[in-house]
Design a protein around this ligand. Sequence first.
Ligand SMILES: [Zn+2]
Length: 272
Amino acid sequence: MAPRNRNRNRNGNWRPPPPDPPPVSDQSWPALTMAPLENQLSALTVRQERTEPKLPFSNPKQMVTFKVGAGWNSEEFLVYKDIACRGSKVFERAFNGGFEEGRTQTYELDDVDPDTFRYFSEWLYSQKLTLMNHEILDKSTWTEAEIQAHNIECSQEDKHLVGLWILGDKFDVVALQNYAIDQMERVRIKCGFMGITCAQSIYENTMPGSPLRRLVVDQHILDGTFSFMAIYASKFPQEMLADMVTIYARVQDLPQSKKTELRVDEYYVVDK
Ligand SMILES: [Zn+2]
């Protein structure tokens, strides 16, 4: 006897039962299941390498050492090897290669300020930096001493941001370079242009036309620092003075509204 509700159409008439499903053939299963076990495992390994990054802290005990700075201003930093290699392809090659760094698991950075490297370590671990809060700076409510104290720390922070951009350039950490650009412009808007030390460091460590050179020149032009620079002309890099004159001549042709704008993304490094 046919079941009461199945195989009836809306009018209650019988309709023929659906044909039986075709038998499941072994051929219909995915090839992976049919492959010998070692092939399955190698397929899985390949798949993981292609689509998923290695788990963080896969080697939770392996540390590498960065010897940073020189003389009295030097310090050793221990960083998880996974974190250092994840942060920079240059470190990954160095610590896994056959050269000095690979054998000793130590990287020497004698021309880097340990305080700059503190920020760099923070970036490697968290992709962000703990910076000063320039946003709340309201000089009208501050004493002269407070302003002075802020300005000293502020110029130190500028120096570290420049150092971080240069480290990013050296070790191919593009996101850090662009983050530093954002912060340098944020600080300029709140607290003013970068000083002589930063300008010197930028021109000593970058190539002509580099985004950081363009940024510092454009910032000085926007802030109209010519009278300041005239006083300290001998301390500013000669190349920077030449760049400023060249750019200043071009800016004169721009409409007034363009002279106060600065789009940070025009100074970003493009990830390769
Ligand atoms: Zn500031």
